[in-house]
Design a protein around this ligand. Structure first.
Ligand SMILES: [Zn+2]
Length: 109
């Protein structure tokens, strides 16, 4: 891959705190969801901003908690539908009516 712009990775302690903050924000989002869905969406966008700023990946279990199209916090059976389909978990966002697919096939086997 061409790397024209020099990029210094952020120090490990920073990415570590960034991840901790992301996890915390998702926890907050989960607890806020019942009372204020907009607030949980705000937590999701904050978590995404932190992830982008520190170039950390949002942990995969957390990636399933929000819609990758409209970034709203998803709660299965409340605002998203979860179905299994050919070795994939399919999340259907009821807000923007789009699908997300997560393969669950174990690649190690
Ligand atoms: Zn959506």
């Amino acid at each position: 891959m061409a790397n024209k712009r020099a990029y210094k990775p952020k120090p490990a302690y920073q990415t570590k705190t960034a991840l901790e903050r992301i996890r915390k924000l998702f926890k907050e989002a989960a607890s806020a969801f019942k009372e204020d869905k907009k607030l949980s969406n705000r937590y999701v966008s904050l978590a995404r901003k932190i992830a982008m700023k520190y170039k950390v990946k949002i942990p995969s279990p957390l990636k399933k908690r929000f819609c990758k199209h409209c970034y709203s916090y998803l709660k299965p059976s409340v605002n998203c539908r979860v179905r299994l389909q050919k070795e994939k978990v399919v999340y259907y966002c009821l807000k923007c009516k789009k699908f997300m697919r997560f393969p669950y096939k174990n690649k190690l086997l």
